[in-house]
Design a protein around this ligand. Structure first.
Ligand code: GLA
Length: 739
């Protein structure tokens, strides 16, 4: 298969190599991605954008004939062409002075890397990335292009996969050392694309604890612009997502090039505008603090990047990501199945609970149709506040008298499921575990490690620690009928050192940690295949596609205020389907901002997610409690639509200051819901026209008993009468009329 001639062209090939033009062309339904080989050496990027029909595309490289097409003649001036070549996988130290994708040192010091095209292979299928989560499924083709540096004895296999029916291109790189000496990978990015010229803007997501993923948009000026995490997790602060968009692109118009990383540790993404105006856009593991020793004969897999192009704004980008993640990333058993409506006791009780309080909450909740009780932090060791016991995963029977099984059985007897909280990657200095194994914490010998939330990170580069963590969680799950786990991770890495790893492997700690988390969650799901796993990291500090591969839902933010959630959920839904966004109704005044919002509003906004409650249901006002049953009913009714429909953002109060509006349309366009939230009331204002999206243009739809033409609703709009007061939400159901 390595030879192009040996592979017969398939009828539905999405990937082709045109021998004559020396062109690789990857086609999705609406896009084309094109690369070429020039001077029989360099793999260069030619085009990414709207679908092209033919392969006569090499001419697009002919920007500067004498230098680009006759490199061998100009070899004396190598950097003058390397520094402007649109390299597909740029290297460093040889004359391309822009940002590279790979940097490698030999054991005798640093050397440049120069990769030459070697061969290619087109596969029907998609190889796994060892130890890493990645998209999967049938009807997929993969292009593998091999590049080599024969001085270093280094091979790079670039992988591009496309699924039939989806516009995303999946990218990764697998690095091999085919020499007999170790190599040190100082930098290995996963994907890079040269976006050519013209004015662009870039969108990134920034935040903080309880303020995750706020949309930020800036002009691409000359130089290097990046987002990254070096915290060991994908982080609250910046997100493994970047979209480069044409100037002024909107929800419906303009070019959008986006990358999202299927990885949960340190990342970097950048756009670099060169002296010539070309724009290099890339993503991968953050090289800061990273160095991977690649022994002779070993391979290193760089995690997958999902790359999406839309020629019509952000809405289309969003639907490509949502469909991809639903069809090809989340475990099939959970994607479209109804998740139990849960009640979590965290904001209701914090650490102050015992078995009676938990049972009382469950009992009251069950009367109102809630289906699962989740016992959060504080049930183990001596954990009555956040200063102790992480690592001591044995049940605190002073709190839970009669033990865990009895409590779980009692909750089950109410007809409710039971879920539990863990923070398995951590160790409290005040714990039995730390007394026994102080060296199991990540630390630098001789330095007092800095604590965050009174805790340290366990050194998961050590096999014995991985095994301890696995058994801690699994042995609890084996004790009782526990059907849900909330897996938390509440601090970034500092003092990064391992007492076990060799000196030249200390730069591997954070990547090894991420791989260990993947291994642990993978094993857990194998032993407990029915488990509903929800990832969490001080709210949404590890909300990324890597985690989504294991858990079909992720806690979105510790901020449960409905109005703050509008913004957080808007940005999260840019890439992630609503079915994965953990969202709960909590009590007021809200615990993070002190805001008081109507219970109805809190319910409607939490429905744009996995929907649940996070309060002490025995204590909230009666009129709120009385609304729970009908909220649960409404959620159950619309759950299939929310989980599988196309999501459209219609208005954002982030931009207009006053109101928010979004819509979810079923794939068959037979029904939709849309939500209107008046965030701030305006005096002396009349109705608002909200232009709906995504309906069947020819059809008629009924809203609140009135029939409308779809084209009128989408172009003229639906009239919303302004409600009275701040924070008012309304959910409308739209139904197609059969003619
Ligand atoms: C984190 C989570 C919360 C809660 C607490 C418990 O902050 O995000 O939901 O589980 O930990 O300590």
């Amino acid at each position: 298969l390595r030879c192009p001639e040996k592979r017969a062209r398939m009828e539905n090939d999405m990937i082709i190599f045109d021998e004559k033009e020396k062109i690789f062309k990857i086609d999705t339904e609406n896009t084309s991605y094109v690369m070429g080989v020039i001077d029989e050496k360099y793999l260069v990027h030619i085009y990414y954008g709207k679908k092209l029909t033919g392969t006569h595309l090499a001419y697009l490289l002919d920007m500067d004939k004498e230098e680009l097409s006759e490199i061998h003649i100009n070899y004396g001036e190598k950097s003058s062409f390397l520094d402007r070549l649109p390299m597909e996988y740029p290297t460093s130290g040889m004359g391309d002075f822009r940002q590279s994708c790979i940097e490698v040192a030999e054991d005798i010091g640093k050397y440049g890397v120069e990769l030459y095209y070697e061969s290619y292979e087109i596969i029907d299928g998609k190889p796994e990335l060892e130890g890493l989560p990645s998209t999967f499924g049938d009807d997929v083709q993969t292009l593998c292009i091999n590049l080599k540096d024969d001085i270093l004895k280094l091979e790079v296999e670039l992988r591009y996969s496309v699924f039939a029916g989806n516009d995303a291109v999946m990218r990764s790189a697998v690095i091999s050392n085919y020499g007999d000496k170790p190599l040190y990978l100082d930098k290995v990015l996963s994907a890079c694309v040269e976006l050519g010229y013209g004015q662009n803007e870039y969108i990134t997501l920034h935040g903080s604890w309880a303020r995750e993923r706020r949309i930020d948009r800036q002009r691409v000026g000359f130089g290097y612009h990046s987002v990254e995490s070096s915290r060991g997790i994908s982080s609250h602060q910046e997100h493994p997502f970047m979209a480069v968009v044409s100037e002024g692109a909107t929800q419906e118009t303009g070019d959008v090039y986006a990358m999202n990383f299927v990885y949960s540790g340190n990342f970097v993404s950048f756009i670099e505008k060169s002296q010539f105006g070309s724009q290099r856009f890339a993503m991968g593991i953050n090289p800061r603090g990273f160095c991977w020793k690649l022994g002779a004969g070993e391979k290193f897999a760089a995690p997958e990047v999902v790359m999406v192009y839309s020629d019509s704004g952000l809405d289309k980008m969003t639907s490509t990501f949502h469909d991809l993640y639903r069809e090809h990333l989340i475990r099939k058993s959970w994607v479209y199945s109804k998740r139990p409506v849960l009640i979590n006791n965290w904001e209701g009780t914090y650490f102050d609970f015992d078995e009676k309080k938990i049972f009382d909450i469950a009992k009251e909740a069950s009367k109102h149709g809630i289906e699962m009780l989740v016992m959060d932090d504080g049930w183990f060791g001596k954990r009555n506040d956040d200063r102790t016991s992480l690592g001591d995963w044995f049940v605190n029977e002073e709190k839970l008298k009669g033990g865990l099984k009895k409590l779980v059985d009692n909750v089950n007897s109410l007809g409710m499921k039971f879920g539990i909280w863990f923070e398995p990657e951590m160790i409290s200095p005040e714990s039995e575990l730390y007394k026994k194994h102080p060296d199991w914490a990540v630390h630098i010998e001789g330095r007092e490690p800095g604590q965050v939330r009174n805790q340290l990170v366990l050194d998961l580069s050590r096999r014995e620690v991985i095994e301890y963590v696995y058994e801690s969680v699994a042995s609890i799950l084996r004790q009782a009928n526990i059907e849900y786990v909330k897996w938390d991770m509440n601090r970034p890495f500092t003092d990064i050192g391992s007492s076990e790893l060799d000196a030249d492997r200390q730069g591997e700690i954070m990547h090894r940690h991420t791989l260990a988390v993947y291994e642990l969650q993978g094993r857990l799901l194998k032993e407990f295949p029915y488990l509903l796993l929800e990832n969490c990291s001080s709210g949404g500090a590890r909300f990324d596609p890597g985690m989504l591969y294991f858990s079909p839902q992720i806690w979105c933010s510790d901020d449960t205020d409905a109005i703050e959630r509008l913004a957080i959920q808007e940005s999260t839904a840019l890439m992630y389907p609503l079915s994965v966004i953990g969202a709960h109704v909590s009590d007021c005044p809200n615990h993070t901002v002190g805001r008081v919002t109507p219970f109805k509003t809190r319910g409607i906004i939490a429905m744009a997610g996995t929907f649940g409650y996070e309060l002490d249901v025995t204590k909230i006002p009666e009129e709120d409690r009385d609304m729970i049953a009908s909220q649960v009913e409404t959620y159950k009714k619309y759950c299939p639509l929310i989980q599988s429909g196309d999501y459209y953002r219609i208005a954002s109060y982030q931009n207009n200051h006053y109101f928010d509006c979004y819509e979810i349309v079923s794939k068959d366009k037979k029904e939709a819901i849309f939500v209107f939230v008046q965030v701030i009331a305006q005096p002396n204002m009349h109705s608002i026209r909200v232009k709906l999206k995504g309906l069947d243009n020819e059809a008629k739809y009924k809203i609140n008993g009135t029939v409308y033409d779809a084209d009128a609703l989408m172009n003229g709009g639906f009239i919303i009468k302004r409600p009275w007061g701040d924070f008012q939400a309304e959910l409308f159901h739209i139904e197609k009329i059969n003619d």
